[in-house]
Design a binder for this molecule. Sequence first.
Ligand SMILES: Cc1ncc(COP(=O)(O)O)c(C=O)c1O
Length: 398
Amino acid sequence: MGRLSCNRRSGLQTMLAHLGDDAARFCGSVIPPIFQNSLFTYPSYEALEEAFTDEKEHYIYTRGLNPTVEVAEKKIAALEGGEMAKCFASGMAAISAAVFACVEKGSHIICVDSVYPVAYRWLSTYLPRFGVETTFVTGDSLREFEDAIRPNTRLIYLESPSSLVFKVQDIAAVAGLARQHGIRTMIDNTWATPVFQKPLSMGVDIVVHSASKYLSGQSSLVAGVLVGSAEIVRGISNREQAMLGGILGPFEAWLLTAGLRTLAVRMERHQSNAMKVARFLECHGKVKSVAYPGLPSSPYHELARRQMSGFSGVFSFTLDTGKEGVKRFVNALKYFGIGISWGGFESLVYPLAVAASSGVPDATRRQQPDYESTIRVTVGLEDVEDLIEDLDAALRTV
Ligand SMILES: Cc1ncc(COP(=O)(O)O)c(C=O)c1O
């Protein structure tokens, strides 16, 4: 380890900056290089044989382990307080590997109905082909989870806060209930990031992320990651990841690490910008409601404050108008891009009417009855005065 080495007891930003970089190993390079190679060769028969049989993981083939990908994995594992992390080609690759690891033919899953829509579709329309059934719950009470448990329930899957309707679940209570019944829990922590929420410390078994969002933060890549105990993550790495093959390439991992270095400072800025924008919208005469767990007016605020140390920059608001008003508003914006993803440096809007027309599950439509008048907003890192001025001008066109 070089002078810049740091460990898991270091502060969050110090870990983000230096943990896993191991400069001494890479010629003192301040940024670890990209190992853009598929395989690693060995000096002898015996050395290759040892790499295959040793307890310790060795670099053999990039589908299993790659030094560049490993840097991102070490940082994310430390951030989440997990023993091990594994990067995947996308958030969906991480989610599907984690779910597959928990179920077999005949298993039952309990999942919140506000889960990311593609995951909802996968659970509700694809997994039944393999005899795996899912019960969707609103996630608003522990009783609902309790009532949904069956003898064959193997997994409870949370997303808190959820990323389209911003609902919050009581993570420690659900994890405790699951543990009593020998059921694994998994949570999508993409919205909060480990900067603001650490689900493993609340008893959750597996944390998953779309690293395409805040973890990378540059809107430059698609990636996923899962974190947990070494036993669980190594099992997924050796089975689901090795066999289904959805690994992250070294170049994307290198970009992800570059993004991770600034995660904590970006999240502080996302939080402060979002709070100002949410307060502005909440007081505006043309805005009917704002769904942001960071606002005291949110029904989830108290619970969110108990289990989170801060709030990120994505929320939704409902205009006091129909679809035509939403169109005029969105088209009048200057600084907000119109687009589907989130978590990058840039501000965006996403009208839920478009989401509904492109396959948002019925459950989300039911939960958001005003969806035609609702817009998801991603508050980026720009000067907040510019963003508020832009929103104000666009609201005047409604
Ligand atoms: C909350 C959440 N989880 C998971 C995903 C899926 O991640 P990816 O697009 O990286 O596959 C997304 C993508 O938008 C998301 O918003």
